[in-house]
Design a protein around this ligand. Sequence first.
Ligand code: SF4
Ligand code: ZN
Length: 309
Amino acid sequence: MKCKKCGERAAIKMPQHNMALCREHFLEWIPQHTQRVIEKYHMFTPKEKILVAVSGGKDSLALWDVLQRLGYQADGIYINLGITDPQSGLTYSAKSKIFSQQFADQHGLKLHVVDVKETYGESITEINQRSTRGRAKPCSICGLVKRHIMNQIAHDEGYHVLATGHNLDDEAATLFGNTLNWTVDMLKRQSPLLPAMPGFARKAKPFCRIYERESAAYALMRNIAYVYEECPFAGGARSIQYKKLLNQLEKRSPGTKMNFYVHFLKAQAELFGEEKTAIPLEEHCPICGQPTHSGQACAFCRLVGADKK
Ligand code: SF4
Ligand code: ZN
């Protein structure tokens, strides 16, 4: 198989795009493709300040790498959740932090590090243990904490937009699950770009049209060291199953995942209306100042016990 651009030996075959590329041209193509997505969905401009949510994994580090190569002002935020694998006892968060910091140092980039335990007195695992006695996975708690911290830093440090490394496989699997269950609220909001609301930063997914294997190949070819393990709570049985099913379809018919996602985005407004944001929250938490439904302590402040101090 030869590179479509130069005829040299191809390093990656991409049947979904009906092309193969050599290393050099693949490393050019990923930023070009990402730039087209940024422009298509009006995500941000070079004048704006971007905060990249960095987990130490391949997608977020590859995204950060691409954004800095494209000349964007992109800083990172790493949230040390304090997660350990209950089975192996391995400290997933500690490893992720090392890779995130190493990438920032190598490229001379600014990384905000927020340690949940140091800041709020308990790690995500401990908060989960206290509030659910470990009966539930910590993901909903973790999501709430991450959202709160990212919005806070984006607001306090004047970032215009928060960028996450969600790739096409993530988006297609989420869409698949939401469609199977007809979760209309989620289907309405699934978007490459969520506009800002008072107290909440704009959110962009510049890798939403990059396949997971493309992002992994990019990280590998750029020698980006990243944490291989996923969070021990990642990929509930369902989302892993959805990804497997979609991969089977993709194998038989390359481009299936892309079509599923992109055609959904085209039909979305017709199916569910233009509105992407939830009803704006008019009240503010008296403790942290972030928007809430009522004028009382927000869900985050209640979770970390800030309302009792
Ligand atoms: Fe948090 Fe769950 Fe993601 Fe792990 S898998 S980082 S617990 S949301
Ligand atoms: Zn609050």
